[in-house]
Structures are given as C-alpha cells and as structure tokens.
Design a protein around this ligand. Structure first.
Ligand code: HEC
Ligand code: HEC
Length: 141
C-alpha cells in the first residue's frame, strides 16, 4: 500500500515539475542571485484633498497625505498627534472612526481601543505606480 502511494506521488511530481518550473518567474527577473539588486524608482505618494473615495462602505480609508515622518512605536504614535480625540479639532483632521472606540463586546469607550494602535495595519498611503499584477477589482460604491 505504502509503496503504491509513494509511486503515485513520485509520478505526480514528475508530471507537474517540468511544467511548474517553466512558468515560474521570479519578480527579480533574470539577474544572477549574486548580482546587486537594481536601483528601484521611488514612487511619489499621491495626495487627495478631502480623502480618497472608499471602494466599499466599511473600507479603512486610504491615507491621503504623506506618512514618511510618522512613527508608530511603543513610546509614541504620531498619527494620534492629529487624529486623536484630544487633538483632531485643533489640527483640523478627521477624528478616528467611531469603530476605533469599541471594545471587543461592542461597548463604546472614551479612549481609542488599543486594537487600533497600529494604524497602518489598515490605513495605507497611495503611490502613483503601475500594479505589479493585473487586478480586476471594482469598488462597490
Ligand atoms: C499633521 C497632522 C496629521 C498627522 C500627523 C497624520 N494625519 Fe492623517 N490626516 C490629517 C488631515 C488634516 C487629514 C484630512 C486631509 C484631507 O481630507 O484633505 C487626514 C486624513 C487622514 C485619513 C483619511 C480619512 C478619510 O476619511 O478619508 C486617514 C485614514 C489618515 N489621515 C490616517 C493617518 C495615519 C495612519 C497617520 C499616521 C501614519 C496620520 N494620518 C497622520 C492630518 C494628519
Ligand atoms: C483594524 C483596522 C484599523 C486600524 C488598526 C485603524 N483603523 Fe482607522 N478605520 C478603519 C475602518 C474600517 C474605518 C472606517 C469605519 C469607521 O469610520 O470606523 C476607519 C476610519 C478611520 C478614519 C476616518 C474617520 C471618518 O470619520 O471618516 C480615520 C481618520 C482613521 N480611521 C484613523 C486611524 C488612525 C490614526 C489609526 C491608528 C491610531 C487607525 N485609524 C487605526 C480601520 C482601522
């Protein structure tokens, strides 16, 4: 029984392996592993006054401004300098979304939930770049 299974697996590998190697091409292209990586173009961040349109209702909105100088570490989160409950009015920035004040049971809290501390886990800046792969996604809005 064991022997038969092994043979089947081996046969399967023999059949699929040549096909797979022919189609796989690394994003690195044809350059030798030992060659230096090519210099990449640094893409410009795209800004949008009034924010980017959301693709569906509860999408975390994309960040419509520069984030190069922001830091999100244990000691500080510079995003909160403008977006927190205490700062948003003075900075004329949109306040954190309502969902950021909910605890795990859905109760509304005074302070932001720490589950939302890592802003860029959900909110991403946008750059002016060609997509690496074709994407047929169309928004829902
Ligand atoms: C210096 C103040 C400031 C800092 C720091 C800042 N923001 Fe903003 N942010 C703004 C302002 C002002 C807007 C509104 C821009 C507009 O709509 O034209 C905004 C807009 C946004 C929006 C869009 C909201 C929407 O409804 O479209 C998101 C998301 C956002 N910021 C996330 C972040 C994140 C994440 C960080 C940290 C990496 C950050 N911001 C740091 C001031 C700031
Ligand atoms: C787990 C995902 C997640 C994290 C982490 C997160 N957000 Fe959000 N954020 C969302 C979603 C989803 C929305 C849209 C729903 C809402 O408004 O609550 C949103 C909305 C917003 C808005 C727009 C509010 C409005 O009224 O238009 C701002 C500003 C924002 N977030 C800032 C931040 C900042 C700053 C942080 C970090 C301190 C952060 N978010 C962390 C998911 C996230």
């Amino acid at each position: 029984m064991k022997k038969i299974t092994l043979t089947a697996v081996a046969l399967g590998l023999m059949l699929t392996a040549p096909m797979a190697t022919a189609e796989v091409k690394s994003l690195r292209g044809d350059s030798e592993l030992s060659a230096d990586a090519q210099q990449f173009d640094r893409k410009d961040e795209v800004y949008a006054t009034g924010g980017f349109k959301r693709a569906w209702k509860l999408q975390p909105p994309a960040v419509p401004h520069k984030t190069d100088n922001d830091r999100i570490v244990l000691q500080e989160n510079t995003c909160l300098n403008c977006h927190s409950t205490e700062t948003f009015e003075k900075e004329k920035a949109p306040k954190l979304g309502d969902s950021h004040y909910l605890d795990m049971e859905g109760n509304v809290m005074q302070e932001m939930s720490m589950r939302r501390y890592f802003c860029n886990q959900c909110h991403v800046p946008q750059v002016d770049a060609e997509p690496l792969v074709e994407n047929l996604f169309e928004g829902d809005n």
